[in-house]
Ligand binder design. Sequence first.
Ligand code: GTP
Ligand code: MG
Length: 636
Amino acid sequence: MADFSKSVIVGTAGHIDHGKSALVEALTGTHPDRLEEEKRRGITIDLGFAFLAETGVRFGFVDVPGHERFVSNMLAGAAGVDVLLLVIAADESIKPQTREHFDICRLLGVKRGVVAITKSDLVDADTAGLVRLEIEDYLRGSFLEAAPIIPVSAKTQAGLTELKQALLAAAEQSAGRDVARYFRLPIDRAFAIKGFGAVVTGTLISGSAGSNDEVELFPTGQRLRIRGVQSGGAAVERATAGQRTAINLAGIEHSALRRGMVLATPGKFRATRRMDTRLELLRSSPKMKHRSRVHFHAGTCETVAELVFFGQKELAPGQSAFAQLRLQDEVLVLPGDRFIVRQFSPVTTIGGGVVLDPLARRPTVRDTGRAAFLEILERGEGTEILAAMTERALLGLHFEEIVARTGWLEAEIRAAAKNLADSGQIKIVSTEPLNLVSGRVFEEVRQRISARVEKFHKENPLLPGILREDLRSSLGRRVRPETFRAALEELLAQKKLETQGEIIKRAGAAISLDPEEARAKEQIEKAFAVAGLAVPSVKEVLGKLPVEARRAEKILQILLRDKTLVRVTPELIFHRDALAQLRDRLVTYKKSKGGRISVPGFKELTGITRKYAIPLLEYLDRERVTRRAGDERVIL
Ligand SMILES: Nc1nc2c(ncn2[C@@H]2O[C@H](COP(=O)(O)OP(=O)(O)OP(=O)(O)O)[C@@H](O)[C@H]2O)c(=O)[nH]1
Ligand SMILES: [Mg+2]
């Protein structure tokens, strides 16, 4: 039966011992603590999970540890949360990890949530009222300002119905994640199940996954096949975004899989160690200096990052700035992904931000456009972003790179590209695969091609034009073949240039000879014309000319190109008329003496020596005037 329920992830947050796990159990019937050590110590150490199916909504609960030493585990769980369940104990009110967890959820961009005042059975009405006031005060101006605050007790079950209602209401408002996008699953657990092999779990943050799908493991790049998928504790055909998901993988040992790795649609993305971001420091953070090191958390992964500011030496508490993060390890992130930074030591949460460009370039003094570019990325308007990306890609922007740097779908990219091409901002230099250059770069290439052709004509008046390949390589490696081809095609279509075979020339360009050259040309032609088939050597003819060897050679080329002369072998050149006469003679011969001629017969017919006869016969064979048959030729 099809299930049209909405899938929503609820994440707990709050100080140690405030009753998060007990509340999840009270709501779902499942105690989320799984580890022996957790049971023994009575605290949560790592993430725990539980499910609850209500009418219209399937809740996946992610229960996090409150202990300050396990905040990095909490971070791995908080990454996919749609609805925050902020847990505050009535007998303790707001404590340090209440604040830290809440800051983290805000920095991670969680949009909505519900506040539960737990252990309400332990306090009297006055204390309960006071705690509520404190909480209201604390949340003022935050994303939870208008969130319901519900006193509950896991012990007496008081308030649970109300809390469920509030969670349902929040779930209904939750935007839901995009199933149509590329698949991404940050792994939070990896283990083996006997008879099945490697299994990973995680919150499916985008797209969907089903049996037999091929996926790519990041950052290693391995391609793996999905053997089976579970969601909410049961096997499903496809798991979709917003669901807790377990994936059984073929082709890998569970020991090669770790929290922090990501499964994604294969062949689309690139792991990165350098990203441009908007970084925000908490008011409680110390000021951070350019190049200071921090702990970096995104999705379920954790590494060390160096903060690189652009044109500022430090960032003050409560402030935000564009910053490049240089990571110690490769991660997979996409624009819009949130991250958290924690102080190197002592380890406390100091800020976070949003990824703007996951494949950022190394900062250089010459790159003055970065801030403006990042502002455009931050505004998030697709067409504008594509224009700016194309503008910065001097060599052209390929489809694959656009996907890896944006996570956009093909249809979105093509629509934006068309838009920009129509307005002339960019040029689509190839559609399959899509390749873009900025309108400005394209115009520059067009102009360089025209200028190069002009220059060639000027320097080589005796040549009809420049060879296409020479023209292309003269523009340098920074002009990619597709860009060259598109620019050239446009110039040809506009009749600014012309082609003649492999030669490119200015439209209407003709070779102009000076009087001396014209005379030399006549002289060459005449030398071969009068020689008939007993032609002189090329060297002999050119040696007698009034112009120097290089020019003489070019004039000879002109005659060969317009087919006045024909090169039969590298050494032997004949006049067109002499060859035409030869063909006529063969026709007459065939009529009177039959369709076959021997080499001696040919020599007799033409009155030439073997030195000319053999190359000429071979030429005639190539031209299909004759065909060799034993010692003779058949005249065709
Ligand atoms: N009286 C009373 N005790 C509660 C209530 N909820 C939880 N407790 C008790 O408080 C203690 C801590 O509860 P947990 O649910 O483990 O707290 P937690 O927030 O998950 O703790 P960490 O995961 O370690 O951060 C346990 O002994 C619970 O039995 C409640 O509503 N009323
Ligand atoms: Mg717990």
